[in-house]
Structures are given as C-alpha cells and as structure tokens.
Design a protein around this ligand. Structure first.
Ligand SMILES: Nc1ncnc2c1ncn2[C@@H]1O[C@H](COP(=O)(O)OP(=O)(O)OP(=O)(O)O)[C@@H](O)[C@H]1O
Length: 362
C-alpha cells in the first residue's frame, strides 16, 4: 500500500500553526492512524446507512465473484473515507493503492497507476475533485470500459494506443460531491455521503482507541472528549492523545471527566470543541460589534487574522454549530453564541453601547 501525499491543517492559506481541532491530518495523525483504523465493516462505528448499503454492494459483488462497483465517498475531512476505502479492499480480499487528485497532474501519471493495477485491486483516489482535466477524462474511459488511450508522440504524428486494464474498483473521495463534473459522478455505481458523528458514536470511537492505545478511561471521560470533538473521529483520536499525555504527567494515568476537562482547558478546547481562534472570532463579534452585523474584513482585523483564516478555518464550524450566521449585511452572532460565551446581548443593539453596527455594518 502506498500513499503519495498527505496534507496538514494550517490556519488557511496563511498557513500558520496546526490546530488541535483541525479536521485534516497532521504528521502525528498520519503516523498513528494506521493503528487506530477499524479493519472491517463490523468494526466501523456509526454511519449506519452507509455501512448497510456498502455491505450489500460488497456482499453481492463477492457472491458474483466479480469486482465491486466504483464507490464515491463524500464528506468532511476526518470522517473515515480513507478508512472505509481500506475496509472495502479488505472485505473484497483485494489489495489497495492510495493516491490523490493533486498528485495526478498529468494524464500520464494516471495511466501509469492504472496500467499497474492488478485484477480486482482497489484504487483509492482522495480529493478526486482536484484532479487535472485531462486525467479526469482518461478516468471516464477507465471506469466505464477498463481501457485507456495512451497518447504517444506529439502534434499531427501523435497516436492513441489503446491499453486494456484489468477490472478494478475505484473509490473516490471528496469533501464536496457537488464539485465533481456530472459525467464523473455518474460513473460511480454507489455514492455514500458521510455525516458528522453523534456524540455517543464518538464515545465509542474514543473507547475503542483508548483500548488500542492501552489507556484507561471511564465512561464520563470518554463523553467529555467526544463532546469536544466536533463530530469528527480524527479529532476525537487526537484529543484523546493529548488528554492521555496530561493524565500521565499530572494525574494517575486514568482519564476521568475531570482529567479530560482539565487537559482540554490547557489546550484551549472548550466544552463545545471551540478553540482559541473560534472563541476570538465570537468574542470580537459579541464584545466589539454587539453581535453584528459586521463585515468579514473588519472582523478579521479585529482578531488579527487573515480574512481567509476567519472565513475558511473558524466560520464553518461556528455556522454549523448555529453560533454565527453569514448574512448579506455581514456576520451576526446568534442567541446561542451569547449564551455560549457567557455574555448578555445588549437590550437595544442600535442605540450605541458596545454594539457599533452602524459603523461596521458592511
Ligand atoms: N467510523 C469510525 N470508527 C472508528 N474510527 C474511525 C471511524 N472513522 C474514522 N475513524 C478514525 O479517524 C481517523 C481518520 O479517518 P480517515 O483517515 O479515514 O478520515 P478521512 O475521511 O479519510 O480524512 P481525509 O479526508 O482527511 O483523508 C482514523 O484514525 C480512523 O481510525
């Protein structure tokens, strides 16, 4: 099995510090995740519908003695797309090759990978929406006819040499299925959308990982970590490792609710999974701008971050949590944001006081 690339989670394009609650894999995750991945569908926690449907697809393919249909997995980073692709291969008793869209810039890169696949092999293509156009077009034919045309030579003398491929299963992963061109999307026999996990599912993830890492944890400790993991198993596993450190150094090694809460307070991850940046954005929005509306650029200046960092790194989770809304007039805080930050909204936002929306409204 090979992996051509991996990404780190920086603070957006400005690319500064890695975040404890970032959903993309950092270098430590990459090193440890292999040990924590469930190996078969029965071990995979949550995503009940996806699991049931995939189980049918794979059982039927096995019964026919053939190769499974191409599978498209869509969902946010860290929800288990790579894990599921490995499970698909394991359940089919097939080897897996792992690569990603950005690693395939030329059609030739893809031709080289496809032509070296063995019969029934699973090809996992992460970030499939980021493949180059020519590679994408080559993939259409490979998926449908198990054939590619390799172009030899240049200009008028160029010739297309058809190359037969063994049947294989493509597992494509994307954070946004909507970004895929319809001809590509249509060539997948099965599409699964992965949802964020419920807290009780993340508790199971934490318990399972603690067992594998040989860490003692009680039910309340697992619940405390799960509640701060933003619906994402990767984050749950990462928080568990930081809490384990704390438990070893400052407690007796056992993770209880108290130990987990104290540890995550040190790392500035609050009880809802907001980190320093998220809280800074909310704090500025509430205290400086009376809850908004305030323009994105103004808000970014107020927290001393790039506009893109606020928009791409902090806001998606705040919006998902119902703490912040993006409106045509600017960003506004919801009543839940005031409550979460322990602040009281001004009685009459338009009459001055801490709120200065008139000045910052756009
Ligand atoms: N359903 C699950 N049950 C248990 N652990 C899980 C589950 N889903 C994911 N994990 C764990 O979360 C970590 C991240 O999962 P994975 O790498 O599969 O995510 P991903 O969606 O492929 O992320 P990316 O899009 O960034 O590649 C792995 O360590 C894996 O063990």
């Amino acid at each position: 099995m090979t992996r051509d690339d991996h990404h780190a989670d920086g603070y957006g394009p400005a690319g500064s510090a890695e975040r404890l609650v970032g959903a993309s894999a950092d270098s430590e995750d990459t090193a440890i995740e292999a040990a924590l991945r469930p190996k078969d569908l029965a071990e995979f926690i949550g995503q009940g519908k996806v699991r049931e449907q995939l189980d049918l697809v794979l059982r039927a393919a096995r019964a026919r003695g053939g190769t499974a249909d191409h599978v498209l997995l869509s969902g946010a980073p860290g929800l288990g797309k790579t894990t599921l692709s490995m499970i698909i291969a394991a359940e089919m008793g097939a080897p897996i090759r792992i690569t990603s869209g950005p690693a395939i810039q030329h059609a030739g890169d893809l031709a080289a990978i496809l032509s070296s696949l063995t019969e029934g092999e699973v090809l996992f293509l992460d970030e499939i929406h980021r493949m180059s156009r020519p590679a994408e077009e080559m993939l259409y034919m490979a998926m449908e006819d198990f054939r590619v045309d390799v172009i030899v030579g240049k200009g008028p003398g160029a010739t297309a040499i058809p190359l037969e491929l063994p049947p294989f299963t493509l597992v494509g992963a994307t954070t946004r299925a909507g970004l895929l061109p319809p001809p590509l999307r249509d060539r997948f026999g099965f599409t699964a959308h992965m949802e964020f996990y419920e807290p009780h599912e993340l508790e199971q993830v934490v318990h399972r990982s603690a067992r594998l890492l040989d860490v003692e944890i009680d039910a309340e400790g697992a619940a405390e970590i799960a509640g701060r993991s933003r619906g994402t198993p990767r984050i749950a596993n990462r928080l568990l490792r930081r809490v384990r450190d704390y438990a070893q150094v400052r407690a007796d090694g056992v993770i209880t609710r108290e130990v987990a809460a104290q540890a995550l307070a040190v790392y500035e991850v609050d009880d809802r999974g907001l980190d320093r940046l998220d809280r800074a954005v909310l704090d500025a929005l509430l205290r400086l701008f009376g809850g908004g509306p305030v323009g994105l650029s103004t808000l970014a200046v107020a927290v001393g971050e790039e506009r893109e960092t606020v928009e791409e790194v902090a806001e998606p989770f705040l919006v998902r949590e119902g703490l912040l809304a993006r409106t045509p007039r600017g960003r506004i805080a919801t009543p839940a944001a005031w409550k979460h930050m322990g602040l009281t909204p001004p009685q009459q936002p338009a009459s001055g006081g801490p709120g200065q929306q008139g000045l910052f409204g756009t």
